[in-house]
Design a protein around this ligand. Structure first.
Ligand SMILES: [Zn+2]
Length: 98
């Protein structure tokens, strides 16, 4: 289990605000680093059906590696929703609008 940092611990870790993700012309280097270095990998099983031209559908499954990030997410707004995400591992935070 990863430890969730308290707000003061996060402050000490120096938070980096990366701005609004929707407005990024280029992905900030810190965000790329966050994607690469933060999070924990886990294996998940994807189940899907295969439909051959003849015969009945075959149930198949495959293993896939996914990543789970330790993020704090805050949402605000009613018409357009602003999502504020903070990574609890590297201290980067960013916003996005939907
Ligand atoms: Zn991170």
């Amino acid at each position: 289990m990863e430890k969730i940092l308290t707000p003061s611990e996060l402050e000490r870790k120096q938070m980096t605000y990366l701005g609004i993700a929707n407005g990024w012309k280029e992905t900030p280097a810190k965000y790329t680093k966050h994607l690469a270095e933060c999070g924990t990998e886990y294996e998940t099983t994807i189940c899907y059906m295969e439909y051959p031209e003849q015969g009945t559908a075959i149930k198949r499954q495959r293993q896939e590696m996914r990543k789970r990030y330790n993020l704090t997410t805050k949402k605000s707004g009613t018409y357009s929703v602003k999502t504020e995400e903070t990574c609890n591992q590297c201290g980067c935070s960013w916003e996005s609008w939907t």
